[in-house]
Design a protein around this ligand. Structure first.
Ligand SMILES: *Cc1c(COP(=O)(O)O)cnc(C)c1O
Length: 193
C-alpha cells in the first residue's frame, strides 16, 4: 500500500479565487486575508484571529509577545514537530522537555503538574493538540496559570477539533479556550488542508 504524504481536497473554486487575488494586484494581504481572519474568528467564537505565513511564525510571535527571551524557561512536550521547540530557541529561551501520555500522545494535567513541580521556573507552557486530539485546556490552565505560567497552544493538527468535556458532549472549538494564544497551520498535510 502506498500512503501519500498528503491529498489535496479542493472544492473546485480555488483557481477562481486565486485568479481574483492575482488580478487584484495584492499578492500578500489582499481582501481574502482579511476575510480569512474574520471568518476564522467567527467560526471559533473568538475576538481576534491573525493570519501569518505559517504556524511556526505564529508560535514565534506568540512566545515573543509573552516576553520569552534569553534564558526564559519554556515547557515543550517531546512528541511534536520541531517548530514548537525551535521558536523558543530563536529567542534564546531555554527548552524544558516533558513527556506525554503514552496512549493519547497528549500533555495531561498530571504530567504538567509533575513537570512544574520539578521546574517551577517555567514561564510558558506549549501543549500540542496531537493528531486532531485536543488536550484538556481548562485543566492545564488551572495548573499553569496559578503558578505564573502562560499557555501557548500548538494547534497545527487541530482545526477543526474540539476540547474534551466531562460528559462527552461536544466541547468548544480548539482556539476558543482562552489561552494566551492558539496557533494553527494550513501546511499541506494538516487537518484542515
Ligand atoms: C506542522 C507543525 C507545525 C508548524 O506548522 P507550519 O505551518 O508548517 O509552520 C507546528 N507544530 C506542529 C505540531 C506541527 O505538526
Amino acid at each position: 500500500m502506498n500512503v501519500p504524504f498528503f491529498r489535496v481536497d479542493c472544492s473546485g473554486r480555488e483557481l477562481h479565487y486565486l485568479q481574483q487575488v492575482l488580478e487584484s494586484g495584492w499578492l500578500t494581504t489582499s481582501r481574502f486575508a482579511a476575510q480569512l481572519e474574520q471568518r476564522f474568528a467567527e467560526t471559533l467564537g473568538v475576538p481576534h484571529a491573525i493570519a501569518v505565513n505559517s504556524c511556526t511564525a505564529a508560535l514565534h510571535l506568540a512566545v515573543e509577545a509573552l516576553g520569552v527571551g534569553p534564558g526564559t524557561p519554556v515547557l515543550v512536550p517531546t512528541l511534536t514537530f520541531t517548530a514548537t521547540a525551535e521558536v523558543v530557541r530563536y529567542l534564546g529561551g531555554q527548552i524544558v522537555l516533558c513527556d506525554v501520555d503514552p496512549r493519547s500522545g497528549l500533555l495531561t494535567p498530571e504530567i504538567l503538574a509533575a513537570a512544574l513541580d520539578r521546574h517551577p521556573e517555567v514561564r510558558v507552557v506549549m501543549p500540542v493538540h496531537f493528531g486532531g486530539l485536543a488536550c484538556d485546556l481548562e485543566a492545564l490552565r488551572a495548573i499553569a496559570e496559578p503558578r505564573g505560567a502562560a499557555i501557548v497552544e500548538d494547534a497545527a493538527h487541530a482545526f477543526p477539533a474540539r476540547y474534551p468535556t466531562q460528559d462527552g458532549s461536544a466541547g468548544a472549538y480548539v482556539g476558543a479556550g482562552r489561552s494566551a494564544a492558539c496557533c494553527f497551520s494550513f501546511y499541506a498535510n494538516k487537518t484542515i488542508t
